[in-house]
Write a protein that binds this ligand. Structure first.
Ligand code: HEC
Ligand code: HEC
Ligand code: HEC
Ligand code: HEC
Ligand code: HEC
Ligand code: HEC
Ligand code: HEC
Length: 320
């Protein structure tokens, strides 16, 4: 046997070990959720670009356990810091705009860290168990304080995957692309919305799974302008929603082909002008940004005036 064949033999042996490794995972599949690592076992081969891109999105970094990821804390701790680093058990947020910290009892610690400003501001010390964790992990059960994985994993958008992971049948897993517009937007809206579960106890739905009618699991409340994670609330008021658009019309869920920031399919202006150079219904055409908004700041985008406070209502702007 020449060395090349010996090498191939070794590869085969390693594959066998990897394979038996996957068999031992099957006990976990008794549960309905398997976790993103299990999805990757097969989809690293069929969709390597999705596995790679998802790992880079903020979704996969929405919450950390400090013991496993000590570097996830982006705050600086000086002796006069309002909270103690040693009290932190969980980190909420990837550290883009701000970060929150929970103690071992899921209490939100009373200060949050502003990333750009590099400073602490006060934070209401609410109960993270009922007010936060449900949207920052996958498959949270607050009754037993358990989740499948930290962060927004594959199954947060695709639904429980144990049956599919055994059968490998595409019919056993939700491809959100096949959901109608309203149900697809609800997949994102389970987290990108402000409201409570029907009992009013939780700020998220402990029962919704992708494919469900969110309105049966979650009541929207008036978020107020600029409120965090209120995109679904404001989008429901927009002509875009009425016209049939989906969150995925503009956002790439895995970021595979995202050419703009924030998982946008292209840069903001290109995205809007792809439709708006034409007259659409009652809405006049916009030739280009310069002629439409001659006094706009040099770095303005369509979003600067039509998505103030990140509103997804896409209203006509009041001034330019
Ligand atoms: C044991 C292998 C295996 C595992 C584990 C697995 N899949 Fe699949 N999956 C497949 C195969 C095979 C297909 C069909 C071929 C294809 O689309 O590449 C598929 C197809 C899909 C599709 C496309 C369905 C469609 O409508 O075309 C999605 C979405 C999907 N899988 C998501 C997941 C998620 C999420 C997980 C983890 C919960 C997962 N898969 C775990 C093998 C697997
Ligand atoms: C289980 C909850 C959950 C679901 C479901 C979910 N998201 Fe998110 N999303 C989050 C959280 C939490 C963050 C913020 C993570 C962070 O900053 O650390 C986020 C961040 C984002 C961002 C910001 C990315 C950036 O670079 O600034 C976009 C865009 C986004 N989500 C779009 C979507 C879309 C579209 C869907 C549906 C296809 C969706 N999300 C489904 C919870 C969720
Ligand atoms: C934020 C929500 C979200 C997360 C998280 C997510 N997906 Fe998806 N996935 C979608 C949506 C929405 C689609 C439909 C694609 C579209 O409309 O562009 C999709 C499509 C797919 C497809 C089908 C691709 C095709 O070409 O039809 C596969 C396979 C898939 N996802 C696997 C995964 C795996 C594996 C993970 C975890 C590593 C994952 N997804 C995480 C929302 C998500
Ligand atoms: C209904 C779902 C939901 C609940 C409940 C929720 N979040 Fe989030 N959170 C999100 C989404 C979605 C994003 C990203 C989009 C955004 O910021 O608009 C996010 C982003 C964040 C970020 C990252 C901000 C950044 O961009 O840097 C932090 C930190 C955070 N949340 C903390 C909390 C805390 C603390 C609580 C509880 C008091 C909480 N969240 C409750 C859905 C939720
Ligand atoms: C018509 C296009 C379009 C649609 C449809 C759309 N978005 Fe967006 N979204 C944008 C643009 C553009 C931005 C970036 C705005 C900016 O640069 O200020 C954005 C930003 C975001 C952000 C980042 C917020 C932040 O503070 O960084 C999140 C999260 C988000 N969208 C979620 C959603 C969800 C959820 C839906 C569906 C309910 C949705 N989007 C539908 C165009 C869209
Ligand atoms: C897929 C096509 C499409 C894309 C992409 C798109 N729009 Fe629209 N937009 C429409 C349609 C259709 C209408 C409603 C036309 C009507 O019925 O009057 C509309 C309406 C509007 C209106 C008028 C709303 C009102 O209440 O009168 C504004 C403002 C707007 N869009 C801004 C944007 C911005 C900003 C972007 C980029 C972030 C964008 N649009 C991306 C198709 C699109
Ligand atoms: C500096 C602010 C500003 C910027 C930047 C801007 N707009 Fe506007 N836009 C406005 C104002 C103000 C109106 C309302 C004008 C009116 O009522 O006739 C408007 C109106 C619109 C309308 C409604 C047209 C109608 O039927 O009256 C659309 C669609 C629109 N803008 C799209 C865009 C797009 C696409 C971009 C990016 C290429 C953009 N806007 C950039 C300020 C802005």
């Amino acid at each position: 046997m020449n060395s090349r064949f010996r090498f191939l033999g070794l590869v085969a042996l390693l594959l066998l070990i990897a394979w038996t490794g996957t068999i031992s995972v099957s006990a976990k599949r008794a549960a309905k959720y398997v976790g993103s690592e299990d999805c990757a076992v097969c989809h690293e081969d069929t969709h390597p670009e999705i596995i790679k891109a998802h790992a880079k999105t903020l979704h996969s970094q929405a919450m950390f356990d400090v013991e496993k990821n000590p570097k996830s804390i982006v705050a600086t701790f000086t002796p006069d810091a309002p909270i103690k680093k040693s009290d932190i058990k969980y980190v909420l947020g990837s550290g883009k705009v701000y970060q929150n910290y929970l103690d071992k009892n899921f209490k939100v610690l009373p200060a949050k860290w502003l990333v750009k400003e590099k400073k602490w501001v006060k934070q209401q010390p609410v109960d993270g168990l009922t007010q936060c964790v449900g949207c920052h992990v996958t498959n949270f059960d607050p009754a037993i304080k358990k989740w499948t994985e930290l962060g927004v994993g594959c199954e947060a958008c695709h639904g429980p995957g144990a049956v599919h992971a055994d059968s490998q049948d595409p019919k056993d897993i939700i491809n959100p692309k096949n959901l109608n517009q309203k149900r697809l937007n609800m997949v994102c809206g389970q987290c990108h919305a402000v409201g409570t579960d029907p009992s009013g106890k939780y700020a998220y739905s402990p029962t919704f799974v992708p494919g469900d009618d969110l309105s049966k699991h979650f009541k929207l409340t008036d978020a107020g302008p600029g409120a965090a994670n209120s995109q679904y609330n404001t989008f429901l008021e927009s002509k875009h929603e009425a016209g049939g658009q989906k969150c995925t019309s503009c956002h790439e869920p895995h970021g595979v082909n995202a050419k703009g920031p924030k998982q946008l399919r292209s840069s903001v202006n290109d995205l809007c002008l792809a439709c708006h150079t034409m007259k659409l219904g009652d809405t006049d055409a916009v030739k280009d940004l310069k002629s439409h908004a001659p006094n706009a700041a040099p770095d303005a985008t369509c979003a600067s005036c039509h998505m103030e406070g990140n509103s997804h209502a896409f209203k006509k702007a009041s001034s330019n």
